[in-house]
Design a protein around this ligand. Sequence first.
Ligand code: URA
Length: 209
Amino acid sequence: MDHLTHVKHPLVQHKLTLMRDKATSTAVFRQLLREISQLLAYEITRELPMTTRAIETPLQPMDAPVLSGRKLALVSILRAGNGLLDGILELVPSARVGFVGLYRDEETLQPVQYYFKAPDHLDERLVIAVDPMLATGNSSVAAIDLLKEKGAKDIRFLCLLAAPEGIARMKDAHPDVPIVTAAVDERLNEKGYITPGLGDAGDRMFGTK
Ligand code: URA
């Protein structure tokens, strides 16, 4: 995959505009995030390895395509990653799931780890790390550092919005990790928020402030 895939599908772009709108309610925001996550998951899993399995249709035997290898691992970067996770799990229900708990120190903008749990055999799985916002890139880089320390070799990063600063930071730290995003926004503001963005994804999703 290319280092950056910008998914410009009209359904993705339409739903994203609704999500950006501050008038959109928490419930609708969450539903849209679930829907977009599935469209982005479709893109990020496009080249999964396949094999065939011998089955019998009602008419005749056939060798039919199925996914090969170990179940993929989805890793949610808490807490906003959970909004993407739910939708993707509906598409890939047998995926294994991990969590990385990082919060952003509001002064330094550096990630602080408070939780990490990952599926086993990460080295044999496609690992998809999910976080709606690729802002400074600090949390994403830290999460991927942890996954690589646990053995992950084939990692992809799925987000909703990416800032150029975050993309550059990821490319510098993890050039082997392709990014799939629904939008590349203009820049970060002085507080590290993506602009024009959609605000704090966790707050929008969970109705907190
Ligand atoms: N995290 C968010 O939720 N929003 C941003 O704009 C940046 C980081």
